[in-house]
Design a protein around this ligand. Sequence first.
Ligand code: ATP
Ligand code: ZN
Length: 300
Amino acid sequence: MEHSRQRIKIAVQKTGRLTDHSIDLLERCGLKITKSKDQLICYGENMPIDLLLVRDDDIPGLVNDDVCDLGIVGLNVVEEKRLQLEQRGSNARFKQIFELDFGHCRLSIAAPSDTEYQGPDSLKNTNIATSYIGLLRDYLNKNGIQAEPVFFSGAVEIAPKLGRADFICDLVSSGATLAANGLTEVAVLLESEAIVIQTLVPLSAEKQALVDKIIQRLDGVLKVRDSKYIMLHAPRAALAEIRSLLPGSEAPTVMPLEGSDDKVAIHAVCRENVFWETLENLKAAGASSLLVLPVEKMLA
Ligand code: ATP
Ligand code: ZN
């Protein structure tokens, strides 16, 4: 194996909501790894890339300290780390380089459903339970509100019931957990998703080229996620109508059909999902031999 300094190290969540998506995306970029989730490190077999499997909260710190070159982690965790560093008087030594469009959630303030909430002023002189002290303090400061964050490392949503807090500040996606605990969302502090961060320490030219390649491949993987390749036969006369029915397609390829003057074959990449209704409408417009295929990779 090459010298480890020449290999790219990516910090990934070991077990949790981000794990499967993170590893799946890297595999779709062509990375083959020896999968042993109990280990701290997974070695890339076909590229000089290794994964460090850690708790998500540790990821920004590992990139900040240049232990890892890249990290895949929620924006919420990254921003919390950035603010903690700032509040301690130092600047973050990592930068966001790509948004991954999964792990969507928001950091919100919620209150017991019978609380009267009239905007941020209602938070004045209250106790707010959270594990996001940095982000909460930042929000309170920006709104000029004096309130007391109470640190809870887990199960924040039970704090009001325990009489430990008036409000909570926690991650929400569907809102089902809040509802189950008799809480209502009153303010959104941050919209989050999984992102890729990179150390600010410059990489060697080869390593940076490989990072650029991975990011370009990730972009290709995300772009084709909902894309379909559609093939069909159509009467030449129906071409305009059929083109207008193809969802999210730019320039379809139109080819003559051997032995037929009035029919053509149309191939197109549709950037949106193709539903049964679309196929039925295409058929009603005169299309036949309809075929819809998934798109695996795309390089613009
Ligand atoms: P770890 O053991 O790695 O510290 P964790 O319990 O802190 O794990 P998870 O619950 O796996 O973390 O969440 C990881 C990330 O998933 C969050 O930081 C956030 O970016 C994202 N996420 C998406 N939806 C939600 C949600 N409904 N609740 C919590 N996190 C969510
Ligand atoms: Zn965590």
